[in-house]
Design a protein around this ligand. Structure first.
Ligand code: UDP
Ligand code: MG
Length: 320
């Protein structure tokens, strides 16, 4: 047991109010577990004192490693960096705000010892979330299920344990705008879950404003399936059928001399607005895919590391 090392990856963006308690709670749990461990904190361009607090903690504790980003690259990039640079035989991903109870890590480790390679946390209850967040999340995961070709378990976040084998595969995937929970399901291996109650954020406010939530949701949908393209193709076919019916009707009306002109305005307006809407929507969907191709073809790094703490020298410039 003792020769296996555990890495815990903690993305943190403006978490000065909770980072210390987070460190304490994780340290308690990891000491309890009796495994050697490292705590990989990824400072995602915080504008508050998160980094200086982490620096202070790192001076006192060799278990802490810090990856400091050059700017805010987002939650998923931070988790990616943490996984890329972790050394453990398994990696646990957990939020800094202690919404995911650290004690659950012990249950995950048990499952891991049983031979599972991915153990994800499944939320039984979510406390302290707004009704809007609950409803939108529920709707999103249902929609994602229908849209995606990969089975992505419902009610799970990024709180999970992954074995080194999965980490190896993960590290070879260079795609940008990652949707990590989907990628890990897609990778496969033996997966299981432990259930837990998600509590309230310990302090501070959510770092996921609506804008980031939407970007995250579209990554989930457009990076995992081409079904939206099939959907607009079907919409196009439906439109053609509809257009044909209208065409036949208009021609007949004309030839039979029906007074179609008086009633024409409403139907023309309806047709123009509806179909221009459908066209814009379809262009938008296609645009989403093109933007992703564009992003990939630029081949820029997924994140830029300004500095690292407690990493061997050769890894300091660890940009992928
Ligand atoms: N986070 C991050 N970069 C960001 C936004 C969030 O590293 O741009 C981190 C944040 O510090 C936290 C985790 O991602 O550890 C989840 O964020 P948050 O708790 O705000 O999301 P919520 O739980 O409200 O969905
Ligand atoms: Mg949170």
């Amino acid at each position: 047991m003792d020769d296996k090392c555990i890495s815990v990856v903690i993305p943190a963006y403006n978490e000065e109010e909770v980072i210390r308690q987070c460190y304490d709670a994780l340290t308690d749990v990891m000491l309890d577990s009796n495994y050697p461990y490292e705590l990989v904190f990824v400072n995602d361009g915080s504008k508050d004192r998160t980094m200086s607090i982490l620096d202070e903690l790192a001076r006192l504790d060799e278990h802490i490693r810090i990856i400091n980003f050059a700017r805010n690259f987002g939650h998923q990039a931070a988790v990616t960096a943490g996984i890329n640079l972790s050394k453990g035989d398994c990696v646990v991903i957990i939020d800094a705000d202690l919404q995911d109870p650290p004690q659950v890590i012990l249950e995950m480790l048990e499952k891991w010892e049983e031979g599972y390679e991915v153990v994800y946390g499944k939320r039984r209850h979510r406390k302290g979330e707004t009704l809007f967040k609950l409803a939108s999340a529920s709707l999103f995961y249902r929609f994602l299920q229908r849209m995606s070709d990969t089975h992505i378990p419902r009610d799970t976040g990024d709180f999970r344990l992954i074995d080194r084998k999965v980490v190896h595969v993960f590290n070879r995937l260079t795609e940008r705008n990652k949707f990590i929970r989907g990628i890990i399901s897609w990778i496969g291996f033996n997966q299981t879950f432990v259930e837990y109650d998600r509590s309230e954020r310990l302090a501070g406010t959510t770092k996921y404003p609506l804008r980031k939530m939407l970007a995250f949701a579209s990554d989930g949908i457009f990076s995992f399936s081409s079904k939206p393209l099939k959907l607009i193709t079907r919409m196009g076919m439906l439109t053609v059928v509809l257009a044909f019916i209208v065409l036949v009707y208009s021609l007949c009306a004309k030839l039979l001399g029906l007074p179609e002109v008086e009633r024409g305005w409403t139907s023309i307006m309806m047709a123009i607005t509806l179909f221009s809407g459908v066209q814009m929507l379809s262009l938008g969907v296609i645009g989403q895919y093109i933007a992703r191709i564009y992003d990939e073809s630029k081949n820029r790094p997924q994140y830029i590391v300004r500095e690292t703490v407690h990493y061997p020298h050769e890894e300091v410039h660890a940009n992928p």
